[in-house]
Design a protein around this ligand. Structure first.
Ligand code: AMP
Ligand code: MN
Ligand code: MN
Ligand code: MN
Length: 287
């Protein structure tokens, strides 16, 4: 299939290899059921699921782009950069991601210690029960334990009451730099895409602008416009910014789990025809 004819691309989701609850095979089946034509698995800081995802895409008859979602610290905030069409065996990318993952276990131990101070015991051990990849302990796993233990009714509630700055269980962490993450993605053959830009509400307007300009200076070329993390109004706003800045536009559900995710794979509105979709520039990387 020519990239020009693709409408239903879902280029952002998570498996058990990071903080999703489904295997790459289950996600591929759901992508197929949701009408997805082009799919990418974008686990946090990890490409260990890519071979399985590609094989599963093949068996479902889906076109596939490799993917990863890299955690970055910019202006003291956590920003996510999606890499599409990367080479999952590229040494610099793999080393950079391994380094980015390296502090996660210790951070989770500290989250457990902080939560114990407010009377929540066993959060680290409890989170580990939900972890599919020992190298990738995430706040999401801690959140699932807090729901299981009855402290909150949903993982969304956990993120409003715990684990975020100013709330119990928050542990500051420094991830990769913007320039590093974009560089790893580009040098491994991929395109860097700024994930869910409307979510960075703690950045001042000046910082938000600086994020886009530094991202582009580093070689970033795409922005998520239609994502499970944006409202319709936010999608319109970032479509306009993509046009103004000449960025390629991306679309992805950010699906994590049938219970926790608002948007199933493949179900979001399509990109409008005047945007340049990331997959047109990545045609040579589609497998
Ligand atoms: P981490 O990379 O360990 O800091 O965890 C970040 C992950 O937490 C994100 O990728 C989301 O899956 C999840 N997360 C962050 N904020 C929220 C929220 N408000 N509601 C639900 N999940 C969230
Ligand atoms: Mn996540
Ligand atoms: Mn994200
Ligand atoms: Mn994500």
């Amino acid at each position: 299939m020519s990239a020009r004819n693709i409408l239903n691309a879902d280029l952002h989701c998570h498996s058990v290899v990071s903080d999703g609850t489904l295997t790459p095979e289950d996600l591929a089946a759901r992508a197929k059921a949701g009408g997805v034509e082009l799919w990418a698995l974008t686990d946090h800081d990890e490409v260990g699921g890519q071979a399985r995802a590609l094989a599963a895409a093949r068996s479902q008859g889906l076109a596939y782009l490799t993917g990863v979602e890299v955690s970055v610290t910019f202006a003291k905030e956590t920003i996510h950069i999606v890499g599409l069409g990367v080479d999952p065996e590229h040494a610099e990318l793999c080393e950079g991601l391994a380094h980015t993952r390296s502090g996660r276990d210790q951070r989770a131990v500290q989250m457990g210690e902080e939560l114990a101070k407010v009377g929540i015991k066993g959060a680290y051990e409890g989170a580990l029960k939900y972890v599919g990849n020992p190298a990738l302990v995430s706040r999401t796993h801690v959140a699932r334990f807090l729901v299981e233990a009855g402290h909150c009714g949903s993982t969304h509630e956990v993120f409003s009451r715990y684990l975020v700055e100013g709330k119990p269980g928050y542990v500051p962490h420094t991830w990769a730099s913007l320039t590093e993450a974009v560089g790893w993605i580009k040098r491994s053959g991929g395109m860097a895409v700024l994930a869910h830009p409307a979510r960075y509400r703690r950045l001042t307007p000046t910082e938000h602008w600086a994020l886009f300009s530094e991202f582009r200076e580093a070689g970033g070329e795409g922005v998520e416009v239609v994502t499970g993390s944006h409202s319709e109004a936010e999608a319109l706003q970032y479509a306009q910014l993509a046009r103004e800045l000449g960025l390629y536009a991306s679309r992805g559900s950010d699906f994590h789990s049938p219970e926790e995710s608002r948007v199933p794979l493949g179900s979001l509105p399509f990109l409008t025809g005047d945007l340049r979709p990331v997959w047109e520039a990545l045609e040579h990387r589609i497998q």
